[in-house]
Design a protein around this ligand. Structure first.
Ligand code: IMP
Ligand code: MG
Length: 187
C-alpha cells in the first residue's frame, strides 16, 4: 500500500495562532505555580520542558518562543511506532530519563495524544521522580484509538481519526518538514 499526502487539515496560520494561545495559557499557569512558591518568572531551575523526540521538535521550537519564562529543556525519546507500520505496538523509553526533575515544574510536550501509551508511560516514570508539578501539552488529540487515558491539560486541536503528517509529525520518517498538518490518503 502506498500512501500519499492529500489535503491540508490545519493550515500553518491556524497552527501559529493556536500555538500563541497555548504558549500564553501555559505561561500563565506556570507563573501561578511560581507565585505560589514565592519564585519569580526569571528564577532559574524551576521549569523544565520535556519534548518527546522526534515529533515534538517543530511544535516545541514555536511554543517556547511564546513563553517568556526561565526554563530548561530535557529531551526524551519514546518508541511507539516501530518500523513503517502505523499500528501502535505500545511505548518504550529509548533514552535515559532526566535525573534532575525532583521539585521542579515539569511540562511534557508532544505532537499528538493518540493511544495514550507514550504519555501515560512518561507521566508514570516522571511522577516517580517527585516533580513539584507535572502537566502535559500536546498539539493534537485523537480519541478513536485510545488504549489508556493520560492526563493532558493543554491541547491545541482535537482532530478526527485520520493519520496526519507535517509540522513535526511523520509517516515512516518522512514529511516532518511540511509547514501545514496534512492528512494522508491510500492510493
Ligand atoms: P500514542 O502512544 O499512541 O499516544 O502515540 C503517540 C505517538 O504516535 C505520537 O507522538 C506520534 O509520534 C505517533 N502518532 C500517532 N498518531 C499519529 C499520526 O496521525 N501521525 C503521525 N504520528 C502519529
Ligand atoms: Mg512521537
Amino acid at each position: 500500500m502506498i500512501r500519499g499526502v492529500s489535503e491540508v487539515l490545519i493550515s500553518r496560520d491556524s497552527i501559529a495562532e493556536r500555538v500563541r494561545e497555548l504558549g500564553a495559557e501555559l505561561s500563565e499557569t506556570l507563573r501561578t505555580e511560581l507565585e505560589k512558591e514565592g519564585s519569580t518568572p526569571d528564577a532559574p531551575d524551576r521549569i523544565v520542558l520535556i519534548p518527546v523526540l522526534t515529533g515534538a521538535i517543530v511544535f516545541l521550537a514555536d511554543l517556547i518562543r511564546q513563553m517568556p519564562l526561565a526554563m530548561s529543556m530535557r529531551m526524551v525519546s519514546v518508541q511507539s511506532y516501530p518500523g513503517a507500520t502505523t499500528e501502535s505496538k505500545g511505548a518504550m523509553l529509548r533514552s535515559a530519563l532526566p535525573d534532575d526533575l525532583t521539585g521542579r515544574h515539569v511540562v511534557i510536550v508532544d505532537d499528538i495524544y493518540d493511544t495514550g501509551q507514550t504519555l501515560s508511560l512518561l507521566q508514570k516514570l516522571i511522577r516517580e521522580l517527585s516533580p513539584a508539578s507535572l502537566r502535559t501539552c500536546v498539539l493534537l488529540r485523537k480519541e478513536a484509538r485510545r488504549i489508556v487515558e493520560a492526563d493532558v491539560e493543554h491541547v491545541g486541536f482535537d482532530i478526527p481519526d485520520a493519520f496526519v503528517v507535517g509540522y513535526g509529525l511523520d509517516y515512516n520518517g518522512h514529511y516532518r518538514n511540511l509547514p501545514d498538518i496534512m492528512t494522508m490518503s491510500e492510493d
